[in-house]
Design a protein around this ligand. Structure first.
Ligand SMILES: C[S@@+](CC[C@H](N)C(=O)[O-])C[C@H]1O[C@@H](n2cnc3c(N)ncnc32)[C@H](O)[C@@H]1O
Length: 244
C-alpha cells in the first residue's frame, strides 16, 4: 500500500517524476530500443513512460506496479494509445516479484529505488533480468551541493552528490554510460501538478477523514520545495551498461 496522499496528488500526472517526454525519448534512444526490444519497467505507475516508449520505439514493455489505481490508469492509457498489445502491467510488489533472467534488453526503475532498499540494491536486483549487452536505467534524486543547510527539514533523505550517485551505481559493476538530468522546468511541472491536484481534491472532499493529513503533507512539501528542494535536489536517469 502506498500513502493515500500519492493517489490524490498524482491523479493528473502522466509522468510521475521530474522529467519530460523528450527526455524519455532520449532514454529510449540511449537504450537502443526498437520493435524487437523487451523492456521491464519496475514501479510503472500510471504508465506514462511505458506507453511513450512503446509508441515511439515499437518495443514491448512489462510493467510492475503496486498501486491498483495507478495500474488501472496505466492499462487505460495503453488502450487509448493503441499499444495494449505491446504493454502489460502486472499488479504486485516488485520486491517480491521474480523476473525471467537475461530476458530483457533494458530494465527501468524510475523514481522507486526504495522498493529494493536503495540505488545499489536496485541495480543488483535488475541486472540479472537484463541480457548481456543490455541496460539498467534508474531514476534517482541527488544533492546538487553539500553540505545541506542546518535548518533544512528533510535532511534524512539517503542521497549523495551527482558524482557520488554514479559511484554508488557502479559498485554493481555496470559502468554508467548516460545521465539524463532534470531541468528546473521539469521539477516545477512535476511539483506544481501535485499542488493543483491536491487543491482540487481538498475542495471536493472537505469532509474526507484523510483531508487534514493530506493538506498538512501538501503544505509541508510545498514549503520545502520552494525553500530548499528547487535549489538543492537534482534528479536524473542513470543508465548502466551490462557489458557483454
Ligand atoms: C515516483 S512514482 C514513478 C512511476 C513511474 N515510474 C513514472 O516514472 O511515471 C513511484 C511508483 O512506485 C510505485 N511503487 C511503490 N512501491 C512499489 C512496490 N513495492 N512495487 C511496485 N511498485 C511500487 C508507486 O505506486 C508509484 O507508482
Amino acid at each position: 500500500m502506498i500513502p493515500r496522499y500519492f493517489a490524490v496528488a498524482e491523479a493528473e500526472h502522466e509522468l510521475q517524476n521530474p522529467t519530460s517526454e523528450e527526455k524519455l525519448v532520449l532514454l529510449g534512444e540511449r537504450l537502443g530500443l526498437g520493435p524487437v526490444s523487451r523492456v521491464l519497467d519496475i514501479a510503472s505507475g500510471r504508465g506514462g513512460p511505458a506507453v511513450l516508449l512503446a509508441q515511439q520505439f515499437g518495443c514491448t514493455v512489462h510493467g510492475v506496479e503496486i498501486a491498483p489505481e495507478f495500474r488501472a490508469a496505466a492499462v487505460e492509457r495503453a488502450a487509448n494509445a493503441g499499444v495494449a498489445d505491446r504493454v502489460a502491467f502486472e499488479l504486485g510488489d516488485a520486491a517480491n516479484t521474480t523476473f525471467e533472467t537475461e530476458s530483457y534488453d533494458a530494465a527501468l526503475c524510475l523514481g522507486a529505488s526504495f522498493v529494493f532498499g536503495g540505488l545499489a540494491d536496485t541495480v543488483d536486483a535488475l541486472t540479472p533480468a537484463v541480457r548481456s549487452g543490455g541496460y539498467v536505467a534508474v531514476g534517482e534524486p541527488f544533492w546538487r551541493r553539500l553540505p545541506l543547510p542546518d535548518e533544512y527539514e528533510d535532511r534524512r533523505d539517503p542521497w549523495t552528490t551527482l558524482e557520488g550517485t554514479v559511484v554508488v551505481f557502479e559498485t554493481s559493476a555496470l559502468p554508467v554510460v548516460s545521465v539524463i538530468a532534470s531541468s528546473e522546468d521539469d521539477w516545477d511541472r512535476y511539483e506544481t501538478l501535485h499542488w493543483s491536484a491536491v487543491e482540487q481534491w481538498l475542495t471536493a472532499n472537505e469532509g474526507d477523514p484523510d483531508a487534514a493529513e493530506i493538506k498538512a503533507r501538501h503544505e509541508r512539501w510545498k514549503r520545502t520545495y520552494l525553500r530548499y528542494g528547487r535549489e538543492l535536489v537534482g534528479w536524473a536517469i542513470f543508465v548502466g551498461w551490462k557489458r557483454p
